[in-house]
Design a protein around this ligand. Structure first.
Ligand code: GUN
Length: 296
């Protein structure tokens, strides 16, 4: 079997085009969607994420209110920025880029974001609603994975999905979304993690493997069955002196090895990555629609 490569950029582009039209309609009603972004410190990966998010906002007409704060910003100042954005009616979504600095209390900052503007879907209220299957902001990377599967025509109803990784940002929420009693769920879900002996024993039973372990080469071809769908959420920086940047990106999956065995596979980069930012735009537009309806 030769795997078809899922073009995340193309799917993301299609959704962003729909969002761009939604933004035009909102603007005609006098509502310009606004995203408040807080970035603390100078972590290169975070700067690159935030820059990409701002560029994506601009492309579809979302106004982005960007605050880059020094690494020694006190916790109380960070909380004051969040409070200011909570109170600003022009801001529909608030994004505090993670990880914060070691001296910050991340949990307290995420809790301070109003659930009405929690476009990252990290607030306990959002997480609780997601788990209960209620309408809410869904976290962007797992939501991007689900949308990528749906847009690629993958049947989720009754499928056995094995998620490798149990992070709060990807593993736990993607497993939860896929098991919901809903047309975008209805899967049987198994979660493996660092303490699972013989992960291959589980992944070999999967129709769909979602790799979110944060370690290159965690999933190799001998660990999947012929024709499985493989979604690689890993973003690992591998030192590469031949590149100008000094690194290349690799996922958690042995991509080359899978090409002769999987039916569908996402590349890294160009798979899940473009979907994460797209779902952030989706949540921000959804929040602006609520404002336009007078619900906030
Ligand atoms: N850091 C890595 N991924 C994310 C994300 O999706 N949202 C935020 N706020 N920070 C991140």
């Amino acid at each position: 079997m030769t795997a078809r490569i899922i073009d995340g950029k193309a799917v993301a582009g299609k959704i962003r085009e729909e969002l761009r039209r939604d933004v035009e309609i909102l603007k005609a009603k006098g509502v310009t969607p606004g995203l408040g972004v807080i970035l603390v410190g100078d972590n290169p990966a975070s700067i690159s994420y935030v820059t990409a998010k701002e560029r994506a906002c601009e492309e579809i007409g979302i106004f982005s209110d960007d605050h880059r704060l020094p690494a020694d910003t006190p916790q109380k100042d960070l909380l004051a920025w969040v409070a200011r954005m909570n109170a600003d009616p022009k801001i529909d979504g608030i994004l505090v880029q993670l990880p914060l600095q070691r001296h910050h209390d991340e949990e307290q900052v995420l809790l301070a974001v109003s659930p009405d503007k929690d476009v990252d879907g990290f607030h306990p209220v959002s997480v609780g609603k997601m788990m209960l299957g209620q309408e809410t902001f869904l976290p962007c990377t797992p939501h991007g994975v689900v949308q990528l599967l749906i847009h690629s025509g993958v049947k989720l109803d009754g499928a056995h999905v094995v998620v490798v990784g149990r992070s709060n940002i990807v593993g736990k929420p993607v497993a939860n979304m896929l098991l919901q009693k809903s047309p975008t769920g209805n899967a049987t879900v198994t979660i493996c993690h660092t303490r699972t002996p013989d992960i291959g024993k589980f992944t070999r039973q999967a129709d769909i493997v979602i790799a979110a372990a944060g370690k290159p080469n965690t999933i190799t071809a001998d660990m999947i069955r012929e024709g499985a769908v493989v979604i690689d959420v890993g973003v690992n920086r591998i030192a590469d002196p031949l590149r100008k940047s000094g690194f290349r990106l690799a996922g958690d999956v042995d991509f080359e090895g899978m090409l002769g065995k999987a039916s569908l596979i996402t590349p890294v980069p160009g798979g899940v990555g473009p979907m994460t930012i797209t779902m952030l735009l989706f949540n921000t537009v959804m929040s602006a629609k609520r404002r336009a309806r007078g619900e906030r």
